[in-house]
Design a protein around this ligand. Structure first.
Ligand code: KG4
Ligand code: ZN
Length: 338
């Protein structure tokens, strides 16, 4: 059982957690959302500077709230990839410095591995094999998880990530940033069948469609065209119906692919991770479809869907158990396959 101090700064949350294997002792998340809102999205340079401002305080708070002394911490972990390079560098440098100063092993963790392990925090007995549907602002991937470090990418988006689609559609409806939670809330006031929208399928050269890959840029364009048409008609925009129709289309597309993947590869459990795992439409749609097929679906609690250091600590604890650690030379990488 490892007690890990973990740092996550890959995008716009400065987060530090103390995790004892799968138990979260503290999880500080300092969100920068308010800072980026006026720009309509994350500004990388602003994010890096804010991480520098916040990270030390977050570390002190995590240690205090975690109720541990430095001697009780077995290892230090930090997200090393993928993400905004300047933002990653802040958490990674802080983690390496703490490891060197306190003479602890250091583990650089892949951000997506963190999202994969977020469900471990609420499911003490969950073990591979399972299929992970990873849906965030940067990724939409179906990943076969056969063991710690044993991952195979089975399906992905060919263009926009699911979270990115939520953010872009929210922007074109003038709803603000980040779009996912806003659309989710608005969707509850609208009719998901009001506007039929294209699901975005990937054609195969031999005919038919790719069963696991998705595409969301066509869906976004379809919403744009619809908005332009409705505006030209001079009527007030039915934003609730638009949000509900868009959300239902994304939920259906993701559900169809995840179920096909799980059935074809013989996985009995689907573990969902990433910010879009918080989406109420996806949660209910996938749960219902999986239930019909006798599959188990696990969603992390909402606070562990979006970026947080607890999931990074949990992933690090899995690697630590296997006797692994990273060199203090480990670089930050903006892109890296899981
Ligand atoms: O995992 P995450 O915090 O950061 C990345 O690694 O990208 O995911 C952020 C994304 C954003 O695009 C945000 O709009 C989306 O997750 N998101 C949601 C919801 N909450 C966050 N999308 C749909 N419904 C939600 N409730
Ligand atoms: Zn993330």
């Amino acid at each position: 059982m490892a007690t890990v101090l973990a740092i996550e700064t890959s995008c716009d949350e400065t987060s530090v957690a103390i995790v004892k294997n799968r138990e979260v002792l503290s999880n500080i998340v300092a969100s920068q959302i308010a800072l980026h809102q006026k720009y309509g999205g994350v500004v990388p340079e602003v994010a890096s500077r804010q991480h520098v401002e916040t990270v030390n305080e977050a570390i002190a708070e995590a240690v205090e709230q975690g109720g541990v002394s430095w001697s009780q911490i077995d290892a230090i972990a930090a997200t090393c990839a993928p993400g905004l390079i300047g933002a990653l560098l802040v958490g990674l440098s802080a983690g390496k410095t703490l490891a060197a100063y306190h003479n602890k092993p250091f583990l650089g963790i892949h951000h997506l591995e963190g999202h994969i392990y977020a469900s471990y925090l609420s499911e003490p007995t969950l073990q591979p094999p399972f299929l992970c549907l990873l849906v965030s602002g940067g990724h939409t991937s179906a990943i076969a998880v056969r063991g710690c470090g044993e991952y195979e990418l089975l399906g992905q988006t060919r263009d926009d990530a699911a979270g990115e689609a939520f953010d872009k559609v929210a922007r074109l409806l003038n709803l603000g940033y980040p779009g996912g939670p806003i659309i989710d809330k608005l969707a509850q006031t609208g009719n998901p069948r009001a506007f039929p929208l294209p699901e975005g399928r990937i054609s195969l050269p031999q005919g038919g469609y790719h069963p696991y890959d998705s595409s969301f840029s066509g869906l976004k364009t379809a919403v744009l065209r619809l908005v332009q048409k409705l505006e030209a008609e001079g009527e007030p925009l039915p934003v609730g119906d638009l949000a509900a129709s868009f959300q239902a289309t994304v939920a259906k597309a993701l559900t169809k692919r995840a179920i096909a993947c799980a059935v074809d590869y013989g996985f009995e459990t689907i573990v969902v991770g990433g910010g879009v795992a918080a989406n109420s439409g996806l949660r209910s749609h996938l749960q219902a479809a999986a239930g019909e097929r006798g599959l188990r679906v696990l969603f992390p609690p909402l606070k562990y869907c979006t970026d947080n250091a607890a999931m990074i600590g949990c992933a690090a604890a899995q690697h630590w158990e296997r006797g692994e650690q990273s060199s203090l030379d480990l670089p930050a990488r903006s892109r890296l396959a899981v």
